[in-house]
Write a protein that binds this ligand. Structure first.
Ligand code: ATP
Ligand code: MG
Length: 647
């Protein structure tokens, strides 16, 4: 058992004020890494140790199962085992199992294990598309509506007011939503949001059951409160009732789920709702070096609007460390390979792999990193996303490609042929605006770009060669491991920390994401970058590539980098049109291309650019050839003022 003073010892005066505040409303408004999560665990342990509350009377909610698990472990370590630290859903599920039979006189309905099938049944009844990604988008929209406490009837007006881009006409979506609810209740099944709706409904409808509930739970705590949505807030209100023993902590600058209905207004308005609340603001950042903190301050300092109560500047407490590093690459493969090398270097310096994370905006970005790490034999684990080659759309695409090979479909324009074949599995010309369809589109485009990359290296490659290449990539990926480098989306990285963090793919269209087409949406993207930056304890690397591997589509570095990138970094990049113009100029200039090192022939169809020789020529080449070729490309690119990949 930890001694009482120890619970206050490793804390600063403001954290201590929050921990030792009398029972009642407490609000900690503070930036990333200031010890909010640490403060609430200490507060719970402190109240328990002083005998002010029994562990089983405390309910602490967080937003991910992992965070809840970590909180339980920390509480055990602080002598407060037995506290319920759970996600909103897990807590509601447990409570509902107890209260449902009391309210309805029947056993609780089952939790559905296949919500998408029910959405599919519902949309099918209405004659709408049952394509997997369409169903997923409809399901996502229904989820938003339920989390926002919006009924099917209210949906069209509410969606318009919120500026939602519904995947189908809003009226049709409303009908699909109603049909889904009907299908589900006929089958006596519940989805995740129903758990919250039902527990709130029961506690609101029955004063006796609410009284019984509040006899059991007396003290409530919410971490990451800035990301609470209206449904979760309703549940919280139902739990707390007219009492006020509630501690909330959050950082409005880390609101990253507003697209799904979350809002920081409850956090910001907490002191107004509870005028007696102990309100604490923390400014000292214990997580990151001053260099990282400085960058975080710059990222969020550039925000167009800062919600009231968030004008906090972080003050780094740790000893200085390395300066954050910025790197620009010609293409994504170069970026991923360079990062794999940096990871290996850090590991050599003694940084454990489990203390290194590569964070990206969308899961489709993981492929290049899975491959680069696998090639470098560095174990990794993917958090909150499927491995690229396991994704449904990628598996479907592979099967369509194999069928085409069996049918002997001709391809020498390989990328064009791949693109055409992938249209069968849903690849559209323009990217869908968001949601699951967008993720799926990105995965399919990644396949087209892999074809472009392959023909850049092996111009005669055909479909069979291409599929063989994809198979090899799929096979070479390591099985997921627990000890490896973490690959995760920025959303999945919330609340976590690592010694070294790589923020990759920081280009326009990716961060901010292309469909962020309102100021508010762009601001949410900026907050995502802030969340990413503040995950790093010591080493922070930000990078971007000017093209996807082998692709000629030019990308610009993210607008968020403009004020951050040091002066010595490459100046403004040429405009898209300028690059196109240069590409036209460069294309015919074949004689300017390097010659095969062995036979001296000019670049031919069978030349392997990476090895710098014809594929049939002997391969006893020294290592520096590749370096020379790269130098040649960069020099020429520099002269032409274009990215090296167009040379
Ligand atoms: P986020 O906003 O990212 O969730 P947070 O405010 O919850 O961050 P914590 O995760 O609680 O921050 O703390 C960040 C790091 O700083 C942790 O490693 C924690 O142990 C450490 N820390 C917090 N407070 C102190 C302190 N007073 N002294 C030393 N270390 C501290
Ligand atoms: Mg935290």
């Amino acid at each position: 058992m930890a001694e009482l003073p120890r619970l206050l010892e490793g804390l600063d005066p403001e954290q201590r004020e929050a921990v030792a505040a009398p029972r009642g409303p407490v609000c900690v408004l503070a930036g990333a890494g200031t010890g909010k999560t640490r403060t609430i665990t200490h507060r719970i342990a402190y109240l328990v140790q002083r005998g002010l509350v029994a562990p089983q009377q405390v309910l602490a909610v967080t937003f991910t199962a992992r965070a809840a698990g970590e909180m339980r472990t920390r509480l055990r370590g602080l002598g407060a085992a037995g506290v319920q630290a759970q996600t909103f859903h897990a807590a509601a599920f447990r409570q509902l199992r107890y209260f449902w039979p009391r309210m309805h006189d029947t056993q609780m309905w089952q939790l559905t294990d296949n919500k998408f099938r029910m959405v599919a049944t519902a949309v099918n009844k209405l004659g709408m598309s049952t394509e997997k990604e369409d169903v997923r988008d409809v399901a996502g929209e229904i989820e938003w509506a339920k989390s926002s406490l919006i009924s099917p009837e209210q949906y069209p007006a509410a969606a318009a007011a919120a500026g939602r881009e519904a995947p189908v006409a809003p009226e049709l979506l409303a009908r699909a939503f109603a049909a889904y609810e009907q299908v589900k209740s006929r089958a006596q099944l519940l989805d995740f949001d129903d758990l919250l709706l039902h527990i709130a409904g029961i506690l609101e409808a029955s004063p006796e059951l609410a009284e019984e509930f509040r006899g059991q739970y007396r003290s409530f705590t919410v971490d990451e409160y800035q990301d609470v949505n209206p449904l979760q807030q309703r549940v919280l209100d139902a739990w707390v009732g007219d009492r006020d023993d509630l501690t909330v902590v959050g950082d409005a600058n880390q609101t990253i789920y507003s697209f799904a209905g979350a809002a920081p207004k409850w956090l910001i308005n907490f002191p107004r709702k509870y005028p007696d609340a102990t309100v604490v603001r923390l400014e000292r950042d214990y997580r990151s070096t001053p260099q990282v903190v400085d960058l975080a301050n710059q990222v969020i300092g550039a925000a167009r609007e800062r919600p009231a109560g968030t004008r906090l500047k972080l003050i780094g407490q740790r000893p200085p460390g390395p300066r954050p590093d910025f790197a620009e690459f010609d293409d994504e493969t170069d970026e991923a390979e360079a990062i794999a090398r940096k990871v290996a270097k850090l590991a050599k310096q003694g940084v454990p792999l489990s203390e290194i994370a590569i964070l990206f905006r969308i899961n489709a970005q993981s492929e290049a990193y899975e491959k680069a790490l696998a090639d470098a034999e560095i174990p990794y684990q993917l958090r909150g996303g499927e491995r690229f080659f396991a994704r449904a759309e990628v598996r479907q695409a592979m099967s369509a490609l194999r069928t085409a090979i069996a049918r002997d479909v001709a391809a020498e324009d390989l990328p064009g042929a791949v693109r055409e074949l992938l249209v069968e599995v849903g690849l559209t010309e323009e990217p869908p605006s968001g949601g699951a369809a967008r993720e799926r589109w990105e995965s399919l485009m990644a396949l087209v770009e892999l074809a472009e990359e392959l023909v850049a290296e092996v111009p005669e490659a055909d479909l069979a060669r291409y599929v063989a290449e994809l198979d090899a990539r799929a096979e070479s990926a390591h099985p997921p491991t627990v000890e490896g480098v973490t690959l995760a989306s920025l959303h999945a990285a919330k609340g976590l920390e690592w010694d070294a963090v790589f923020l990759v793919g920081l280009t326009e269209g990716t961060l901010p994401i292309q469909h962020a087409n309102t100021d508010a949406a762009v601001e949410e993207e900026r907050r995502l970058l802030y969340v990413g930056v503040t995950r790093a304890r010591e080493h922070l690397h930000l990078s971007w590539a000017l093209a996807r591997a082998g692709s000629r589509r030019f990308r610009r570095r993210s607008r968020f980098l403009h004020t951050l990138v040091p002066d010595e970094h490459p100046a403004a990049l040429p405009s898209k049109n300028k690059v196109r113009e240069q590409q036209q100029l460069i294309k015919p200039a074949k004689s300017a291309k390097p010659k095969c090192r062995v036979c001296e022939a000019a670049l031919s169809g069978t030349m392997d650019i990476k090895l710098g020789r014809c594929r049939d020529c002997p391969s006893d080449l020294d290592e520096d050839l590749l370096t020379k070729l790269k130098a040649w490309r960069s020099e020429r690119a520099r002269q032409l003022k274009v990215p090296a990949y167009v040379v």
